[in-house]
Design a protein around this ligand. Structure first.
Ligand code: ADP
Length: 272
């Protein structure tokens, strides 16, 4: 089927671990897709586009596409926008106009974005130098503990987290092996690892100037236990949505919508 594409817009967020895509029609969410980025971000972008257009039965003609994320320059798109702008827009769409602090923890980086009352980016901090405190860190630790990532969402909150001293993935691995050998409870250790991630995130947020409402995006936000540990540390509610991992792609799609709308207005205004 080929349909009029004037009102369609697509956002692609090609991250270091996961590539996410959102398709909007007249600004409303109609389809989403997520795949592993793998070694080839360009191919991940192509597969995402195909999945999104297939899911609504379109062929060939493509809507306006804006790409973001670390792989954005490799992806075929009409525009490329930084993750900061896209996350800010996407988070406001997901959580509303009260959002002032966005914590995003993805596969290989973490960032905190401060928004002013109008939703403009006032400031941000980004850690993309090492995997400490990111999804990659937790993935490695899950392997060491012989558990899955979803186990990081179902730990008993009654346990006391067993602290770890190193956030460097390499040193933390040796520490975890040593602690397990000494008989430390595996779940308490898992909670301790999550608390170390929470502590690092808290430090970034306080450095930037913590303002409620606080929202949590990126794949790591799906850890229920991490959210609870963060709330305890901040003494504030931290909002998460099941769509939190799509915040960047949603923001990119919203920017694509704006461009589409502007172009459509221009076309409509043009002399016939
Ligand atoms: P990126 O955009 O950098 O690729 P994402 O924001 O898509 O990253 O997040 C991907 C990361 O989310 C993965 O590294 C994975 O470890 C993490 N993740 C996904 N689900 C969970 C979960 N339930 N608990 C902890 N981490 C998770």
């Amino acid at each position: 089927m080929s349909i009029s594409l004037a009102s369609w817009a697509m956002g692609l967020d090609v991250g270091s671990v996961a590539a996410k895509g959102v398709l909007l029609r007249d600004g409303e969410w109609v389809a989403r897709a997520m795949i592993a980025t793998g070694w080839d971000p360009a191919e991940a972008g192509r597969r995402l586009r195909a999945e999104l257009t297939d899911s609504v039965g379109m062929d060939l003609e493509l809507p306006r596409v804006v790409a973001t994320g670390y792989g954005r320059n490799a992806v075929e798109a009409n525009g490329r926008v930084t993750e900061i702008s896209c996350h800010a827009l996407g988070a406001r769409r997901l959580f509303g106009d009260g959002v002032r602090t966005i914590l995003d923890i993805g596969g290989q980086d973490s960032k905190v974005i401060a928004l002013d009352r109008s939703g403009n980016v006032a400031n941000f901090l980004m850690n993309d130098k090492c995997a400490a405190g990111t999804g990659r860190f937790l993935q490695n630790m899950a392997v060491m503990l012989g558990c899955s990532l979803s186990d990081f969402s179902s730990l008993s909150e009654d346990l006391e987290p067993h602290g770890i001293s190193s956030m460097c993935t390499v040193f933390a691995e040796s520490e975890v092996v040593g602690l397990l050998a000494r008989g430390v409870d595996k779940n308490a250790l898992a909670l301790g690892l999550l608390d170390a991630v929470a502590s690092r995130a808290e430090g970034m947020m306080r450095r930037l100037g913590l303002q409620p409402e606080v929202v949590f995006t990126g794949g790591v936000s799906q850890s229920r236990n991490l959210r609870a540990l963060l709330e305890k540390r901040l003494n504030l509610p931290v909002r998460v949505s099941e769509d939190s991992q799509y915040a960047g792609a949603l923001g990119a799609a919203l920017l694509a919508t704006r461009k589409t709308t502007r172009r459509r207005r221009r076309d409509e205004d043009a002399p016939k």
